[in-house]
Design a protein around this ligand. Structure first.
Ligand SMILES: [Zn+2]
Length: 259
């Protein structure tokens, strides 16, 4: 693929990232994601179009609002950068095809869910439920994206992913009397199963639990994190599922070859 194509995909990706920022900051507050246009979260001044250019706007303003000089969270450019890299990753891996827009859309949904969960400890139904339906629809259409599962695998993904995690959470709660897992996680795993098939579930659960535990322990040891504080699990589920799309088959082949 020519370099300029990769560059344009990156530009496309970071532009999408601007919209993801709007979703991340407004969805949890129940605000419209269409109106009003972007404004400074502190002084509420409308942001000039040139200051709103993805990535570059934040860099040129050196992370401060032009009007009130208050710091603008580095989350904004971080999300845009992630969205750009994600789009590039998809086309480098799967080629420059229109069908890949749907894979990028899935990645975008996972980014939005991760950042909202990290900050608010919720995974909004308004993303996970339509996400689940869309995943099944994409699998059902079959011809759209050959790398995604067929309909039977997708439906089993919903049932085993959503249902399995729900049963696990219910049992955990009955035994320990503690709420171990939010229902948002259940719906997210159902959505992941819908998009990637039931085969993705062992990989996703294993690596999200592994990375989540390591980060959780490190956080407690070095940053003195309070043990009773909830740990958002969504970002780990989302990250592991995304990794599965790219390395899942290779990891399973390696594991079975050594098993
Ligand atoms: Zn301001």
């Amino acid at each position: 693929m020519p370099d300029y194509a990769v560059f344009f995909v990156f530009l496309f990706g970071i532009t999408g990232g601007s919209f993801l920022n709007v979703c991340i900051h407004r969805l949890p507050l129940g605000e419209s994601i269409v109106f009003p246009s972007s404004h400074c979260p502190q002084c509420h001044t409308a942001i000039l179009w040139r200051d709103n250019i993805p990535l570059l706007g934040w860099v040129l303003l050196r992370g401060r609002c032009r009007h009130c000089r208050n710091a603008i969270s580095p989350i904004y450019p971080l999300v845009e950068l992630l969205a750009g890299l994600l789009a590039v990753q998809v086309v480098v891996h799967d080629g420059l095809r229109w069908e890949n827009l749907i894979v990028i859309l899935l990645g975008y949904a996972l980014i939005v869910l991760s950042f909202i969960d990290f900050r608010h400890y919720i995974l909004p139904d308004v993303i996970t439920l339509p996400g689940m339906v869309l995943g099944v629809a994409v699998a059902w259409s079959g011809w759209l994206v050959p790398t995604l599962p067929e309909i039977r695998e997708s439906l089993m993904g919903v049932v085993i992913g959503g249902g399995g995690l729900w049963a696990f959470g219910w049992t955990f709660q009955k035994i320990t009397g503690k709420v171990g897992m939010g229902f948002g996680d259940v719906k997210l795993l159902g959505m992941i199963g819908a998009w990637m098939g039931w085969q993705a579930l062992p990989f996703t659960l294993f690596f999200s639990a592994l990375v989540g535990s390591v980060v959780g322990i490190a956080w407690m040891v070095w940053a003195g994190r309070d043990r009773s504080q909830p740990i958002p699990f969504g970002p780990y589920l989302a990250g592991a599922a995304w990794a599965y799309l790219f390395v899942g088959d290779a990891v399973y082949a390696w594991y079975l070859g050594n098993g």
